[in-house]
Ligand binder design. Structure first.
Ligand SMILES: NC(=O)c1ccc[n+]([C@@H]2O[C@H](COP(=O)([O-])OP(=O)(O)OC[C@H]3O[C@@H](n4cnc5c(N)ncnc54)[C@H](O)[C@@H]3O)[C@@H](O)[C@H]2O)c1
Ligand SMILES: [Zn+2]
Ligand SMILES: [Zn+2]
Length: 389
């Protein structure tokens, strides 16, 4: 089969690899019809993780079941399914509690497994023609009858929609809250959508990418461009000097200043300043324990100069981590089905697998017009103008 393979920093190639196949009786084999490129893939693409060369990327996957293992009882051949990016076993203590992002058995020695992800176990990604789904009954969400009609919405259930929702859960967003979201990438935009679903009264989204901010505005948020004036100042001005009730971090350790220079502590310190005393901050942007390629000595060791004094004085709370996608995906799918949530509104490109190297390059540069890319392995053409939205 064809797959998008990581060959080192800034080098992904589409090559022929051995077909994915059923390996365990509990496996399901999916013919992938949609598989997104994610901001998390970019940390790997830039060589800023310990991703091994030769691995297949892709953790935001949806497709049609073509084969099931002997022990699979619920999922059937022909079902249209979307898989959480986390792989859970379904029976460990964390999976039982709904903390499937921290499964204790799928990646021994580490809490958490995922497809095509550095440090998250030996599972191939789905930017390929086929994907092996371990514990298929547990990890496949069978989609309703409008699955194919709303494919670009449902595929967002694999990661960014539940992850954006998770950011608002970690921040304990309640109806009527004002919320500031750092990052207008796909995850930040989904956090904005989720805050609005939860009935936030004011949603502010911070970025310096005008086009992404325009999308945030279209979704009902107040865009805050930090290259025009410091974000904290703008948020305080919009919140009577008090700060937002809640904050979400949707950027991660490669956050930048207005000159494009990375400082891993920027968003966290700005969140402390732009969220009110006693407010909560939900952090879904990725931070890593080691980052040897960073130019910052502290960050190389996974540390940062965090404004703990102000954080403590303000009595704030922080909650962090991978989204437990399975906790939310079924509920969020009903919003899509009912037409009450349209996460596909951020999709900019539908491309073939062969276009992946080019797409990675543009998405990584945050080029204008490249907000969210869905790869369609069944698409043969690489005629971008025909598929650009
Ligand atoms: N926790 C999870 O389960 C989970 C799931 C998916 C993605 N993620 C992570 O979420 C983060 C965002 O993902 P994405 O797909 O939206 O990525 P992305 O890289 O497309 O978006 C990040 C955005 O942040 C902006 N940005 C950079 N510096 C900033 C700053 N100082 N202030 C405000 N905005 C700034 C960038 O311009 C960009 O638009 C990544 O770290 C990704 O790995 C986490
Ligand atoms: Zn993702
Ligand atoms: Zn488990």
């Amino acid at each position: 089969m064809k797959a998008v393979v990581y060959h080192g920093a800034y080098d992904v190639r589409v090559t022929e690899v051995p077909d994915a196949k059923i390996e365990m009786p509990t496996d399901v084999l999916v013919k992938v019809t949609s598989t997104n490129i994610c901001g998390s893939d970019l940390h790997m693409y830039e060589g800023r993780t310990n991703m091994e060369e030769g691995n297949i990327l892709g953790h935001e996957n949806m497709g049609k079941v073509v084969e099931v293992g002997k022990a699979v009882t619920q999922i059937k051949v022909g079902d249209i399914v979307c898989m959480p990016f986390n792989i859970g076993c379904g029976h460990c203590q964390n999976c039982e509690s709904g903390l499937t992002g921290y499964c204790l058995t799928m990646n021994p020695g580490f809490a958490g497994a995922a497809y095509g992800f550095a440090g998250m176990g030996p599972y191939s990604g789905g930017q390929a023609e086929y994907l092996r789904v371990p514990h298929g009954d547990f990890n496949c969400l069978k989609l309703p009858e409008d699955a194919l009609e709303k494919e670009n919405d449902y595929v967002m259930l694999s990661d960014i929609f539940p992850t954006g929702y998770h950011a608002t859960e970690l921040a304990r967003v309640m109806p009527g809250d004002s919320v500031v979201i750092y990052g207008a990438g796909p995850v930040g935009l989904m956090a904005a959508l989720s805050a609005s679903i939860k009935g936030a009264s004011k949603i502010m989204v911070v970025d310096n990418n005008e086009e992404r901010l325009a999308l945030a505005e279209k979704m009902g948020a107040i865009p805050i461009n930090f290259s025009k004036a410091p974000a904290v100042e703008q948020v305080l001005e919009l919140t009577k000097g008090l700060g937002a009730d809640k904050g979400c971090e949707c950027v991660g350790y490669q956050c930048c200043d207005k000159h494009g220079t990375e400082h891993s502590n920027t968003t966290m310190n700005e969140l402390v300043m732009s969220v009110k005393a006693t407010g909560c901050i939900g952090v879904v942007g990725v931070f890593v324990p080691k980052d040897p390629k960073s130019k910052e000595p502290l960050q190389q060791e996974g540390l940062m100069a965090f404004d703990f004094g102000n954080f403590w004085m303000k009595g704030q709370c922080i909650a962090t981590g991978q989204a437990n996608v399975k906790t939310y995906n079924r509920q969020l799918s009903t919003l899509i089905s009912a037409g009450k949530a349209i996460p596909s509104q951020i999709v900019s490109h539908e491309l073939s697998l062969a276009d992946a190297p080019d797409a990675y390059k543009h998405f990584n540069e945050r080029d204008n017009g490249w907000t969210k890319i869905i790869l369609k392995p069944e698409m043969q053409s690489s005629n971008k103008s025909a598929t650009e939205k």
